[in-house]
Design a protein around this ligand. Sequence first.
Ligand code: SF4
Length: 75
Amino acid sequence: MSVAVDLNRCQGYAQCAFLAPEIFTMHGDEALLYDPDVDETQREKLAQAAAACPVQAILVDAVDEKSAEAVSGAR
Ligand code: SF4
């Protein structure tokens, strides 16, 4: 499962870092760091973080579906 953050939209509200600290961390006041390759066990937290982002900057499963299928099919 992959996640991307549109850093042009992100305003550094840190809702995501509060809800899913395993995935998102704030670095300083506004810089957001995140792990783009999210483990399945974090899916619920990621969904909560994405829903809580005030500017909808968090894009879950940003890869197109065909490549996602190819990746899961290979496992
Ligand atoms: S909740 Fe949204 S705006 Fe806030 S830091 Fe996370 S991605 Fe950025």
